[in-house]
Structure formats: C-alpha cells, structure tokens
Design a protein around this ligand. Structure first.
Ligand code: FMN
Length: 446
C-alpha cells in the first residue's frame, strides 16, 4: 500500500444534514444543518483539519418528489444555495478547496463565469465548479416539464465553451492599476469573446479578472454516454457512483481512453467515486452504527424517493417486503439521471434484491456504503486506487457532524500512518493540492 506515497486525494461531498436517508434523525446529527451557518463552518474546519482536498456541495433547483409521504420525513428538501454558502466558508477556512454545483440548464454562462471567478479570488485560488445538467427543476424555470437529456447536454457543451472563453477575457497582467499614468487596465490585454452559438450569444468580456487558478477546477458528475463525452473534453475531476470494483475499473479505463482521444494527458483528470463510510472501532461497532441509521429510515417514504430517483416505472414501496424486485421489460429509459438508473438496474440484475435490501444498499444517496473499521475502510480505498478504479474519493457522510468527526478522528490518521494521505497541504491552490496544472490563457499564449 505504501506505493501510493500520499497521493490519495479526498473530497467531502456534503449535502443537507448528511447523505443517509435517516441522517437528520440521528442523535449525533444537526437537524438544522441547512439553517444555521455555524454548522457548516464547523464541518469545513474539521475537514480542513483532516487535510481534505476539497468540500463539494451538490445542488438542485427544486424540491423533487412532492408526495407528502416522502416530504414529511426527508431532510433533502432544504439546502443552502452553494454559491451563497461557499463564499462564507472561504473566509473561515484557508486551505480546503470549495466546489459547488452550478447547473448548465437553468443558468446563464456569464453569471456562472463571473461568480466562480469571484469565488476563486475570494478564496485565494480554491474554487471548483461542478458542471452538471440539472437533474430536476424545469418546472421552476419556465418549462412545462424537465428538459430532455440530449438537449441538456448539448446546452452544457456550449455553456462550457462560453464560460471558459469568458474566463480568458483578460491576460493575467491586464490590470496595472497605475495611478501615476492613469492606467487602470490595458485594453490591449483584453479579448472580446463574441460568441454566437445555438444556445448563447455572449459578447464579453467578463467584468471580473482572470481566476487565480487560470480556471477554477472543473468537476463533472454525469456518467451517461453524453456525460462521459463532456467529461473527456472538459473535466478535471469526475464524480461517480460505482458500487463495485469491476464497475469502477471499467469506468476509469473508458474515461481515460476518451481523454487520450481528446488529446488530453492522463494526469489532467482525476476520478473520484463516491464512498459513504460507517466507521466503528470494531466491526461490530460499525455494524451497530449502520443498524442504528437504518432504523431511522421511514421505509415507505425512502422507497418512494428511491423510485423517483431511479425512474424505472415501478413504485418500490408497493412491492411485497420479501419478494425480489422484478424489473419491467423493457426498463423505461429515464430522461433524468441515466447513469444512476443503469447502475441500479445492473445491481438488481446482479444481486436480485428485495426492495428492502435495495434500500439498505442504496441508503446513502445511491453511493457505495462501506461499513467497517478504519483499517478495513483504508484497505478498500487503497485497493480501488491500486487497481485503477480511483484517484481519490468523494466521501459522503451518513450524518453531520458525526460522520465527519469519525472519519477525521479515526480514518485520516490511519491513511496518514500508512503513507497514503498527506499530513500537510502541499500547495496554495486547489489545483496545487490535487496535482492539476494551472490553466494558461489560450488567448494570450507566450
Ligand atoms: C457524485 C454525483 C454528484 C452529482 N451532483 C449533482 C448535482 O449537484 N446536481 C444535479 O442536478 N445533478 C447532479 N448529479 C447528477 C448528474 O450530473 C445529472 O443528473 C445529469 O443531469 C445526468 O447525469 P447522467 O449523465 O448520468 O445521465 C450528480 C451525479 C453524481 C454521480
């Protein structure tokens, strides 16, 4: 395992009160995490003490399933606006990267380019943008229904071009701020974008300086065919959700092949599968913790929520508790989250679970739940790294702050003791710490 030489990278995927369907009811959980800033300040500072590369806030622009049975017991309907929360976290932290989802379906590229450029300066080069096509929310943005998957991705491709073009509006030395000569900026060091495309007409330039990192780190989180194509062209961090090592390796190989075809170097993209650890000092303590979480889940509501996410044409809550889930034939193709639907369909075909078993397995937002001692969790992480399925992980904590505290107190020291993870931050920016290159301005080369 020592081969890793401290190179494992870690992101913290934070969401509401935690990633488990039972999270907010846990005795060690802050049920008000999405209401009280002090909570997130504390999580961010604990993660920074644990030397995490980044924290990541996912986002949706809708409440999702409105069935009262689901709503009543779910902590997911409430969340901070990530681009309001991250600037506040930027001023109470110094090292940890700050990554936010901003969807390309219901935003405008100019606003997003500007906000992330500002966040990058405010945080001294720690910003990252998770570029996704919105999972839900069309009805809140003037559409009768959600936008079709292919259209969302077509818009995302062009959105990326415009945002990155706007970030290159100014050379790094475009602002001499010379009081003596009266030269605030040098117009010769400015480029007007003049983008005219299918979805956007944007003249530019951006009224923000070039981000400190060149561009904020670009993350991407949809693994469908269209999502992988976009990632190969644009992403430097890819967030995924594979359940098995074999799936992880297949994805990793596929994305690297696409990367090579796009003419990009292998070290320019890091794959972070999601992992939801339940840590105990002994195996039985870890299992008890997992049982305690499971007991807090309202099964009917959670199964309904899962049915909404999977969109496979059946209500899992209506199935008999002890019978295996029978998939419709053919499985109706979702327009929402294609790769997640596929992962779960594969899991059902592979393991033939009952609805209850499926719920236990996918209790952490569909990401892989790993119950064990610090040593077991570390071994599993090292195995995925060494077998070519991960460059690091996005850790989802079952509840906040308990899940973060357990990981930082027990797992991080074990990773460090085995030489798998840093003891101090290597660099100043998120790019430095992730081992990603600064992005030079394409319009002012040399
Ligand atoms: C780790 C992870 C994080 C994600 N975060 C978001 C998010 O914050 N907001 C969102 O709308 N979709 C998020 N997604 C889902 C997809 O990016 C999005 O639904 C996309 O529209 C379709 O994904 P697909 O390419 O797999 O079909 C996430 C997916 C993964 C695996």
């Amino acid at each position: 395992m020592a081969r890793l030489d401290g190179r494992l990278r870690l992101g913290a995927f934070l969401s509401g009160t935690g990633a488990h369907a039972g999270s907010w009811r846990h005795p060690q959980a802050d049920a008000d995490a999405s209401l009280d800033f002090e909570r997130y300040r504390q999580y961010a500072q604990t993660l920074e003490r644990g030397r995490f590369d980044a924290l990541f806030l996912n986002d949706n622009v809708a409440v999702g399933e409105l069935d009262p049975r689901v709503l009543r017991s779910s902590g997911y309907s409430l969340r901070w606006d990530p681009l309001t929360l991250l600037p506040a976290l930027a001023v109470v932290t110094r090292h940890i990267g700050l990554i936010a989802t901003a969807n390309t379906s219901f935003n405008e590229p100019y606003n997003i380019a500007r906000t992330f450029a500002s966040l990058d300066h405010l945080s001294n080069g720690r910003a990252g943008w998770n570029l996704v096509t919105a999972l839900i929310g069309g009805e809140n943005f003037n559409h009768a229904t959600h936008l079709p998957h292919a259209e969302r991705y077509a818009r995302a491709e062009e959105f990326f071009e415009v945002v990155t073009g706007l970030w290159d509006s100014w050379a790094d030395d475009a602002f001499p701020l010379d009081k003596a000569s009266g030269t605030f900026l040098d117009p010769a060091r400015m480029r007007v974008l003049d983008h005219q495309g299918e979805y956007f007409r944007v003249r530019g330039p951006l009224n923000a300086p070039r981000p400190l990192q060149g561009w904020p780190v670009i993350a991407q989180a949809g693994s469908s065919e269209a999502g992988r194509a976009l990632a190969a062209r644009s992403a430097e961090l890819v967030f995924t959700a594979q359940q098995t090592l074999a799936e992880g390796r297949t994805f990793y190989e596929d994305i690297h092949q696409r990367l090579a075809l796009a003419g990009r170097p292998a070290q320019g993209l890091k794959v972070f599968p999601g992992l939801a650890p339940v840590v105990g000092r002994t195996v039985s303590e870890a299992q008890e913790k997992a049982e305690q979480l499971q007991a807090l889940v309202d099964p009917e509501a959670a199964l309904k929520a899962l049915s909404f996410l999977l969109d496979i044409g059946i209500d899992l809550a209506r199935l008999p508790a002890d019978a295996p889930v029978v998939l419709p034939d053919p499985v109706p193709l979702t327009e929402r989250h294609k790769s997640r639907q596929q992962l779960v369909v594969d899991l059902i075909r592979r393991e033939n679970p009952t609805a209850g078993q499926l719920l236990r397995k996918l209790g952490a937002g569909g990401h892989r739940l790993l119950v064990g001692t610090p040593r077991q969790i570390v071994e599993e992480m090292a195995c995925w790294f060494e077998e070519g399925a991960a460059d690091g992980f996005n850790l989802l904590f079952t509840h906040l702050p308990g899940g973060v505290d357990d990981f930082v107190e027990w797992v991080i020291p074990e990773l460090q003791r085995l030489g798998l993870f840093r003891r101090e931050y290597e660099g100043r920016t998120l790019r430095d710490n992730l081992g990603l290159q600064h992005i030079h301005n394409r319009r002012f080369m040399g």
